[in-house]
Design a protein. Structure first.
Length: 254
């Protein structure tokens, strides 16, 4: 069952992220979280996220802005490392409280749940969906988006908000975001592997393969056939689903 659900989620999320910056991690992390502990879910999503971005890099990378990759990407790497370290610390904290015999609320679950709600709202509320920042705030933007990327994998929406006013073409905007995302992933994944059980991650190689190939298919389809499709309704439905999962996490039911 998890192969079908995670594969479908990876395909859909990879397709969606090409249009509005709706991140692969935003959708895939809670889906992985249904089947795995939350810290492992973030790490597994990070692996798929990196491999999918490397694939997109081969398709679009030549259009990236070298200047913005340096000005925004380097602070993103710093923020990504700090966020990943914070994730490892949160996994070591004792539960906040326990419902009954099995429903456990932890600091990690609560933190990820709150982030999921915020980023879901960014897809639902027009004022947040159209949020953007001046180009001169690139250093801050890189730090903040990288930090949330390292902590929970949620980096696409904030990254887009900071890059949208930089005068990039559509192709350069997408490609620059892909390069920066790869930089953050290459920073946070070694932290995850050094702090989490490597057996928990490597033993899921078949599931990772299914998710990665599904994400590849979504990215390829998006670049070839659906560049002009608007998916606002799908975004809103997905955002509602994410909020529901976030609430279940916050209550300790997942």
């Amino acid at each position: 069952m998890e192969f079908f659900v995670i594969g479908l989620a990876a395909f859909a999320a990879s397709l969606l992220t090409l249009f509005s910056g709706f991140g692969l991690g935003t959708l895939l992390t809670p889906v992985f979280g249904i089947f795995f502990p939350l810290n492992i879910a973030v790490a597994l999503t990070g692996i798929v996220h990196l491999l999918n971005n490397l694939f997109k890099l081969s398709l679009l990378g030549k259009n990236a802005s070298k200047d913005l990759v340096l000005r925004f990407g380097i602070p993103s790497v710093v923020g990504g490392f700090v966020g990943a370290m914070l994730l490892t610390l949160l996994t070591q904290l004792p539960p906040l409280f326990i419902w009954g015999d099995r429903w456990v609320v932890t600091g990690l679950k609560l933190a990820i749940a709150l982030l999921m709600i915020v980023f879901a709202l960014m897809e639902m509320v027009p004022a947040l969906k159209n949020l953007n920042f001046a180009g001169r705030q690139l250093t801050l933007g890189g730090l903040v988006s990288g930090f949330f990327g390292g902590l929970s994998g949620h980096q696409g929406a904030l990254r887009s908000a900071f890059l949208v006013n930089c005068g990039l073409s559509k192709e350069a905007f997408i490609a620059t975001g892909v390069v920066v995302a790869c930089m953050v992933d290459m920073t946070r994944l070694p932290v995850y592997f050094s702090r989490f059980s490597s057996e928990d991650l490597t033993s899921q190689w078949l599931l990772l393969l299914v998710a990665t190939l599904s994400a590849f298919a979504g990215a390829y389809l998006g670049t070839r056939f659906l560049k002009k499709v608007t998916l606002q309704v799908v975004h809103k439905i997905t955002a509602v689903m994410i909020m529901v999962i976030a609430l279940l996490l916050a209550l300790g039911l997942l």
